[in-house]
Design a protein around this ligand. Structure first.
Ligand code: FAD
Ligand code: SF4
Ligand code: SF4
Length: 390
């Protein structure tokens, strides 16, 4: 690990506080605008042909995947949307030919990154054509839950909320006439809060991206005004060095105490994720099939879970024609779900798309994730007993 202060060349392992020199980006950005500025620099300097990001649509619950080709338009895409649950990896595959014919710079959360890797294994995405700016991720709230939670728990009309943020463990809203924050622990104890797959997620700092960016560890004068950037690849080092040299971005060495805090918060989040895994997997009990059977008896065989899964999608057509699954039968016989579980058992990335998009609110991510967690133990015995066995 190296710390960077004023030397222009950066390398893998370096860490900096970074912020934009572009006032338009600074106004909209979450924490200083480094992410948007890096993407803008890459687009302006033809390191990529286009940039794929999430942009606010009609309101804070409307996260819209957006392809930008004019660098001037990037300022409108700055800011974090915690009620946005889109998997950008799927957008690359479905809408942009897996980046096989164009170079794309994009913002990725841990689940986007894992999904891109699974898609690349299946030759659906060309990772060489992607420039990946990772954002640390504490989790997202589904838009439906967000509206319900703001109505019931905050006592606020969700349509009057114009800003949301997650800060110091609280989900904070600003609305016409005030603002209110409630701790995420309290929200989740009462059944509100982040998606259940996010609670169980153990990928908080996306170090397989080219750069990993987040607000954890930014303390002192720059708190809230800069992003902590960890350089994770040569490509990331090159982009960051050039953006600084080109005057787009300002940086300074991180405060050592900030680095320590960042490590501690990441560790605490991983522990919390393990706690949720234990708690959620315990719901399956000693006879998981009973719960799976009961829940999937609501299935209307719409195929949404399969078509939106970054791992399972190749079986959609074969399932439609399978001799094991009678056409027109609803709910489908257990082979429908068994085939799916078998297919993703060692590859589920816990992105939660199956559950998020299920027409019948079946807790599919819980089932797939528990199966994956158990496979991990089979391949890697030192992980210990499956998380739900005690
Ligand atoms: P900006 O210049 O404002 O750019 C933000 C980028 O994020 C834009 O490209 C935008 O399109 C993209 N984006 C917005 N919403 C989403 C979304 N839902 N999915 C994917 N991309 C999106 N940092 C931490 O240190 N700890 C955390 O717990 C943490 N949780 C986060 C949770 C979410 C859902 C998101 C999106 C970010 C989170 N971050 C977290 C990162 C942090 O909020 C900032 O994004 C980061 O510090 C960069 O700030 P910036 O001003 O440089 O980004
Ligand atoms: Fe973030 Fe993990 Fe949830 Fe993806 S699954 S949105 S990386 S917490
Ligand atoms: Fe069945 Fe839900 Fe999958 Fe649709 S998304 S096929 S209802 S389990």
């Amino acid at each position: 690990m190296g710390l960077f202060s004023s030397k222009p060349e950066m390398k893998k392992g370096d860490m900096v506080y970074a912020w934009t020199n572009d006032q338009d980006i600074a106004k909209k950005a979450e924490c200083g605008g480094a992410v948007t500025t890096l993407l803008k620099y890459a687009l302006e300097n033809k390191m990529v042909d286009a940039v794929l990001v999430i942009k606010r649509g009609q309101d804070i619950y409307d996260a819209v995947p957006t392809l930008v080709t004019d660098p001037k338009d990037l300022k409108d895409t700055a800011g974090s949307l915690h009620c946005g649950t889109v998997l950008l990896a799927n957008v690359v595959k479905k809408r942009f030919n897996g980046a096989k014919t164009m170079k794309i710079g994009m913002t990725v959360k841990g689940c986007d990154l894992m999904a891109l890797q699974e898609l690349a294994k299946r030759k659906e995405v060309n990772l060489d054509n992607l420039l990946l700016i990772g954002v640390n991720c504490g989790g997202t709230v589904s838009p439906i839950m967000a509206r319900y939670m703001i109505t019931e728990k905050y006592g606020v009309n969700p349509d009057s909320v114009h800003k949301e943020e997650i800060d110091k463990g609280q989900f904070i809203i600003e609305y016409e006439g005030g603002h209110k924050g409630i701790s995420i622990d309290e929200l989740e104890e009462e059944g509100f809060g982040r998606r259940t797959n996010c609670r169980r997620c153990l990928y908080k700092v996306p170090r397989q991206a080219d750069l990993a960016c987040g607000n954890w560890g930014v303390i002192g004068e720059k708190a809230g005004k800069a992003t902590f950037v960890e350089v994770c690849s040569d490509k990331g080092a090159d982009l960051l060095s050039k953006a600084v040299k080109g005057g787009a971005l300002a940086t300074e060495a991180p405060i050592p105490k900030g680095i320590e805090i960042r490590g501690k918060v990441e560790g605490a989040m991983l522990k919390l994720g393990e706690k949720w895994r234990k708690k959620d997997f315990a719901r399956l009990g000693k006879d998981p099939w009973t719960m799976i059977n009961k829940e999937t008896s609501r299935c209307i065989k719409c195929y949404s879970c399969i078509e939106n899964c970054p791992v399972c999608f190749p079986v959609a057509e074969s399932l439609k024609k399978s001799y094991m699954i009678e056409p027109g039968q609803v709910p489908p016989n257990p082979m429908f779900h068994l085939r799916r579980f078998a297919h993703i058992s060692d590859s589920c990335v816990n992105c939660g798309q199956c559950e998020e998009l299920c027409a019948m609110d079946i807790p599919l991510a819980l089932f797939s994730h528990a199966i994956r967690a158990e496979s991990d133990v089979s391949f890697e015995p030192k992980l210990g007993k499956p998380a739900y066995s005690n």
